[in-house]
Design a protein around this ligand. Structure first.
Ligand SMILES: Cc1cc2nc3c(=O)[nH]c(=O)nc-3n(C[C@H](O)[C@H](O)[C@H](O)COP(=O)(O)O)c2cc1C
Length: 245
């Protein structure tokens, strides 16, 4: 399976089979995490076959026994973006390995985790074996998030015509997970570059931004450079474009 196929296939899965992860896959996942930690400076850590389900007390997951703690040092720069970008890389690889997975930024009990001193636990990624078919439980949970189906032009602005590769990137962005399915990330195209931002980069939106940029890169096959920016910094150059649809 290619990255793009994983982007197209992925949806949040929340009903996991009560089946331990094989020791070979444990090794594979730990290696994947180690690679991403080295690239990012994050300190992500996987926990396997954990029976402590009270860590996820809000009833949004069945059998949440395998998860990745999205940990980083409190001093790490742009940690929200990095967690989103590298975390989504891990999620897509889990999809390729046949797992179901879901981000959790809200519905877990932070106080029940043993967070090392000086470290930050920003989110958790729950994963495991799943049935191919979405269960009624999952359908019920999904129905409680924002139900949106935006047109592609919701995600970007441009005063010039955009190349096909840019649209391919935006199509992948439209499939990206986001907290509460709010899809807050916006892209601006100009001179064969794209500028990407969210309104509140220090909130969970910062993670959404990293995820969306990862999807954009995959969809556009890395052919259009992405620059992360803040909305204020775009004016006056892009003033006429800043219509957050
Ligand atoms: C940063 C982030 C945090 C999230 N937190 C939660 C959460 O706490 N609980 C939950 O059930 N889903 C959570 N999700 C999953 C979103 O609800 C889901 O991605 C969104 O509804 C879109 O659905 P999809 O992933 O199936 O495309 C989170 C997603 C992201 C990206």
């Amino acid at each position: 399976m290619t990255d793009l196929q994983a982007v197209r296939q992925r949806i949040s899965r929340r009903d996991f089979l009560d089946k331990p992860i094989s020791s070979q896959q444990v090794l594979q996942i730990n290696k994947l995490i180690e690679n991403n930690n080295q690239l990012s400076g994050l300190e992500l850590k996987a926990v396997f076959n954990d029976e402590e389900t009270h860590l996820f007390p809000y009833g949004r997951f069945k059998n949440p026994k395998n998860y990745i703690l999205m940990l980083c040092d409190k001093s790490l720069e742009n940690y929200n973006f990095k967690i989103g970008y590298y975390g989504q890389n891990i999620m897509l690889n889990l999809v390729k390995m046949g797992f179901g997975a879901c981000w959790a930024g809200i519905s877990f009990s932070r106080s029940n985790f043993n967070i090392p001193k000086g470290k930050r636990l920003r989110a958790v990624m729950i994963f495991g074996y799943v049935n191919e078919e979405i269960s009624d439980f999952e359908k019920f949970v999904t129905s409680s998030t924002v139900n949106v189906n935006h047109d592609l032009d919701y995600f970007y602005s441009s005063s010039e015509s955009v190349p096909e590769k840019f649209i391919d990137g935006i199509k992948a962005v439209s499939l990206a997970p986001s907290a509460m399915n709010r899809q807050p990330v916006h892209f601006i195209y100009k001179d064969n570059m794209t500028f990407s931002y969210v309104e509140k980069p220090n909130s969970l939106q910062g993670i959404d931004l990293g995820i969306a940029v990862k999807h954009f890169e995959i969809g556009s096959n890395g052919e259009i450079p992405v620059k992360i920016t803040e909305k204020q910094k775009l004016s006056p150059l892009f003033n006429n474009l800043l219509i957050f649809k």
